[in-house]
Structure formats: C-alpha cells, structure tokens
Design a protein around this ligand. Structure first.
Ligand SMILES: *Cc1c(COP(=O)(O)O)cnc(C)c1O
Length: 222
C-alpha cells in the first residue's frame, strides 16, 4: 500500500502463499483475513464439498469467483467485502496515506520516547508500527543496585499502569513479556484518527501514573 515503505516486503514474491490481516493496520472491522496463494484452484481442490444441491458451475458468469466451495466453512460472512468497500471508499491513495501516517507516527513516538526521561526502548528501531518500551520511574531507577528486585518490580509496573489507565478510561495499550524481557508496553499504531498529540498524551500519562504508583503496591513477594 505504501511506495515509501514497500521495501519492508522485499522478497514477498518468492513466497508460495501469504496471509494478510486487513483487520490490523488497514482498520477493517474484525474479522477480515486474506490468504493469498499463487496456485489458482488449490483452495477449491483442498476444500470443495461439491455438494450438487448447493453449488452449480453452469452459470452466466465465471464460477471461479464463487468462494463458497473454496473454504472449509460455507455459510459464513463474506468478510472480504468489507475490505472491498473500504478500498472503494478510500482508494489506493487513501490506503497509502493511512499506512505512511501510521509508520510516521510510530517513528515520532520512538524518537520522543528516546528523548523523554525514564523511558527505555525495548527493540532498537521500531518494527513497522509497533513501538515497545518500558517506563522506569525515578523511584525504580533508585533500585539499580538490586537488579533482581528492580526487574521484578518493572515487570509488575506495566500491568499496574495499564489498570489505572483502564480505571480512568483514558487509554488502552497492551503489555507483553517477550524474549526474557519483563512486561513492556507495546503501542501499535493503526487508528486513522491518531495524531501526534495522542502520542504525546500517552507518553505523559504513562509517565505520570508510573511516578505516582506506590512501591508498596507492587512489592508483594519482595
Ligand atoms: C493480531 C495478532 C495476532 C492474532 O492474529 P489474528 O489472525 O488476527 O487472529 C497474533 N499476534 C500478534 C502480534 C498480533 O498482532
């Protein structure tokens, strides 16, 4: 969708098949997942039930486009219709603009986190529109002499900050423990209405809640 970032998919033409979830960054309502294959007819060969009382091939149009007998399911939503409608409404240009904007916002956030005291990036360079980070308030920074305790508390901090944000009704952001890292926040930018001001808001909110959390509230077990 983006000329600017198409290099991220370099080599995709070598893949035999590709899955793509337009219900992610493209903002199509759940669910909308595409399975793209180079092998015309393979889905029909794999999945067809060829129930003669449902599917007739002798139609006034090319029945190649009928999906009913190509999927494991039969009587289900035609989820791709939502993608088609959205594409018609927004056009190639609209999709391009959206993807470029989300990636630009992720880069903005990444840069801002690097410049803001207390924030630490998990992975160098944002991967697509995922920005992964910890917030380490000064009260936690002070425990640097006890790495084990500091890490333990850091892993509890993201869920505690998230809980407070949910209670206040201000922001939803996921946290993840991954690759032996304790819970970090994972911001995924896909909302077409998001602006730089929303990123600033998120960073400030997480910082201020993190600063206010009581050490004793996280210290169970230590
Ligand atoms: C969306 C998502 C999934 C789930 O994929 P679906 O095909 O939408 O069910 C798994 N992992 C990550 C990191 C995701 O963002």
């Amino acid at each position: 969708m983006s000329n600017k970032h198409r290099h991220l998919l370099k080599g995709i033409e070598k893949a035999d098949s590709v899955t793509w979830n337009p219900h992610k960054i493209m903002g199509i309502l759940l669910q909308c997942s595409c399975f793209l294959t180079k092998h015309e007819g393979v889905l029909y060969e794999c999945n067809r039930m060829s129930a003669g009382y449902v599917f007739q091939p002798d139609k006034c149009y090319d029945s190649l486009y009928d999906v009913g007998d190509k999927t494991i399911q039969c009587g289900r939503h035609v989820d791709v219709f939502k993608l088609w409608l959205s594409w018609k409404a927004r056009g190639d240009a609209g999709f391009t603009e959206h993807v470029d904007k989300c990636i630009a916002l992720a880069q903005y956030m990444y840069k801002k986190l690097q410049e803001t005291k207390g924030f630490k990036i998990v992975y160098e360079e944002p991967q697509f529109t995922n920005v992964c980070f910890w917030y380490i308030p000064s009260w936690l920074e002070k425990l640097a002499h006890d790495k084990e305790k500091q890490n333990h508390l850091l892993g509890k901090l993201a869920p505690a900050i998230k809980e407070e944000m949910v209670r206040r009704g201000t922001l939803m952001m996921t946290y993840v423990p991954l690759d032996r890292n304790v819970n970090f926040f994972r911001m995924v930018i896909s909302n077409p209405a998001a602006e730089r001001a929303d990123i600033d808001f998120a960073i400030e909110l997480i910082g201020s809640i993190g600063d206010q959390i009581e050490l004793s509230a996280l210290s169970n077990g230590f």
